[in-house]
Write a protein that binds this ligand. Sequence first.
Ligand code: C5P
Length: 241
Amino acid sequence: MDFSNSANHIIVALDGMDPRQAIEFTAALPGLRRVKVGLELFMSGGSAVVEQLRHQGLAVFLDLKFHDIPATMAAACREAASFGADLITVHAAAGIEALAAAQQGAVEGAAAAGLQTPSLLAVTVLTSWDPLYFKEQLAISEPVDRYVHRLARLATVAGIAGCVCSPLEVASLRAAHPKPFVLITPGIRPIGCNKNDQQRVLSPSQALAAGASALVIGRPITKAEDPAKAFNECCRSIEEI
Ligand code: C5P
């Protein structure tokens, strides 16, 4: 992954948009390099929206959080790589064999299409889990933060590029997994910005200083009165990091 300038560190989450809105929105943001396509946009736009975004020169983070048996993970990543996803999320809890199969599928799909191999990112524990419910419903007695580290280790053993993590986990995961292991974090709010439904947030510069490789930012940019200005301010705020 290329992190050579500040715009490459910012991945704008295209949530709440249909394909047409997503294409118009991104076309109006000069300097934008990376976008995140999640379940909502992918369900309405499919691979065509990913290809259209790529044709605008954007790298696409395909956040579909694959979790299945190894053969299915491999096939899904082969397809995603073949239509040009640059980053792909998979659930670490699928296990080492499935993660390694997913990686192999991505390598094959990219090679067959003559594209660069995407980076796979493991999702550890979704931040929507309440620690008490986590223990009660899943019968996992290990504290959530230790469990996150356990799952992140599966990613390294399987040889995938990195993890998606909450802002609160960035520093401890970075201490355990030096670069080039990739850590991408959502829950980013520029200083003074509305937190929306995010409970635990870091500013862009705090998250990068804590060891994040790149940041997912949605509403502070997509819902801003002037999205281009908000994006440029985010870029400027991390130029010195
Ligand atoms: O609008 P906002 O900046 O909160 O968007 C953050 C993006 O990151 C959304 O696409 C959301 O689904 C995703 N995300 C998150 N928190 C997590 C994991 C993913 O907000 N723990």
